[in-house]
Design a protein. Structure first.
Length: 201
């Protein structure tokens, strides 16, 4: 169960590279990433909206809710057993500033090179249906809680970061990293509901 293999489906550096807009591109659409990555599985698909929600772009009003809703839609499809993710046209047409995203990804990619040394295929129980479903449920919960947490500054970062970690684990076949993301998501639920209860009270 804990054995390693020689190859990964994808590295974190490669995943970030796919998120980086082209040099002369002014506007980045979700569809640009989707067309390239839709056949690479659900991990990369979950990575983009969660990554954006973790960056300064995520501070723009409405972005956390849109990212949360997108995560929710993708995670539900994992639970439904779909082989390839699907999103409505309205979601695929979502845009952000290409220069800002290009700059952020460029800053993170050198860190990704160092992180990639520790990302190896392992803990293959995560490929079992029951565990994939559990990851998907955690992502569903994170997507849902991100929507009301937009009302509390920076609180949406916790569930968004948890989804990003789970997505990295899925994309790189690293079940240990996926487990870290699951733990973060459970922490995010508790913290998020406490903050919401405080805000309502």
């Amino acid at each position: 169960m804990w054995e390693k293999t020689a190859e990964r489906s994808m590295t974190l550096y490669e995943l970030l590279g796919k998120m980086q807009p082209r040099a002369r591109q002014d506007i980045f659409e979700f569809a640009d990433f989707w067309e390239v990555m839709e056949k690479r599985g659900f991990g990369p698909m979950l990575a983009l909206p969660s990554f954006i929600a973790c960056t300064p772009i995520g501070a723009i009003p409405g972005i956390p809710s849109l990212a949360g809703g997108t995560i929710l839609l993708i995670a539900l499809q994992i639970l439904l057993g779909r082989r390839h993710p699907w999103l409505p046209k309205k979601v695929l047409e979502l845009q952000c500033d290409a220069d800002q995203l290009r700059y952020i990804v460029g800053k993170v990619k050198p860190i990704a090179v160092r992180v990639d040394r520790f990302l190896v295929p392992r803990c293959f129980f995560m490929r079992q249906t029951i565990f994939r479903s559990f990851i998907a449920l955690c992502c569903v919960g994170c997507g849902i809680v991100m929507i009301p947490l937009e009302l509390i500054p920076f609180m949406g970062l916790v569930p968004a970061f948890a989804v990003f970690i789970m997505a990295i684990g899925m994309a790189t076949d690293d079940g240990a990293v996926a487990l870290v993301g699951v733990s973060l998501s459970l922490f995010g639920f508790v913290l998020g509901f406490e903050q919401l209860a405080t805000a309502v009270g």
